[in-house]
Design a protein around this ligand. Sequence first.
Ligand code: ACO
Length: 361
Amino acid sequence: MTTGLDGVVVANTILSEVDGDQGRLIIRGLPVDDLAGHLGFEAAAARLWDGLSPEPETAESVAEALGAARRVAFARLEGLMGAGAELPAIDGLRLGLAALPDVSDVAPHHLVTGAVPVFLAGLMRVKRGLQPLAPDPTLGQAADFLRMLHGEQASDEAAAALEAYLVTVMEHGMNASTFTARVIASTRAGVVASVVGALGALKGPLHGGAPGPVLDMLDAIGKPAHIADWLADALKAGQRLMGFGHRIYRVRDPRADVLKRVVGTLRSEGNTRLAFAEQVEREALRALAAHKPDRPLDTNVEFYTALLLEAVGLEREAFTPVFAMGRVVGWTAHVFEQERTGRLMRPQSAYVGPVAVTSGD
Ligand code: ACO
């Protein structure tokens, strides 16, 4: 029997459709290419939440609510700094989110969404020996995060690129972290617990933890002349090439092209890796096709995520938490949908262990 739940449908959803054969992603009725780079973070979040969360959501109301949420989160930051800053950023973020209240003046889905950039920027600054910076509620979520992290206003190109990334990864069907959120939501545990569980699932390298290792791979390869041998040796040693392969997509992940385009706009920002990465991608696809001729393995979202996040000045440690900054919108929308339409999720297992035989009369 399969243990990966392949092909099992656990929910009906109005949030997104992932068509793995066609390489198509629809998010609330729109192809991902029509969302990313066209709709801002707040407008895209409103589109996902509206009709599922308790109140109507518009780009304006979400911008206002997230501005307020970032302020509330900043007031809680000091309590997080001691233990949180000693942990890897993803774990510090988990600690901060876990301490958020379910009930406050700010709705919980706005609170967790506004808290991610504040906690992450604050943790990363304290790790560098710097003071956290207060949020600016007049800025959008992406621009405010870059400002709180770097201590200066981001360029329009960098803020737009990060925003396009956050929208691209906001929602993606029943992936491992979203499924986790829905299982927790199905017990009526609420938004905060569901998001904390989802973040735990996102951490692993088979899901959201791949982009840092993508850059590690590019570093390890080093130069064009080494690409083919490095990839062959890695595959021979049984390693997985990070940024390639997907459970659902049998063709190229459509998000990879969206992000590749955005990275192209950042060439002038000092992104010198793109040409080299494109060469590695070409060689990797060739090597994977030869290595696993029966299993289509193509580029996934994480390959160009790594280049984009590096080009906007983020450290590798922040990559997976920044993924959470976008995906938290999808998680919370799924929590609402599960609460409205779902039942307690309670699958079964098949017992394959021994049974003690008791001697009877
Ligand atoms: N490099 C080399 N071999 C691979 C890769 C890869 N990137 N991906 C899959 N394979 C191989 C497996 O080793 C396996 O070989 P085997 O049958 O000899 O054991 C075969 O292809 C089938 O792989 P599965 O594990 O069944 O594929 P699954 O659907 O479970 O995995 C996954 C999908 C986890 C994404 C996988 O392709 C992988 O590990 N990729 C690298 C990590 C990565 O990029 N993760 C980010 C995914 S995107 C996201 O979650 C946001």
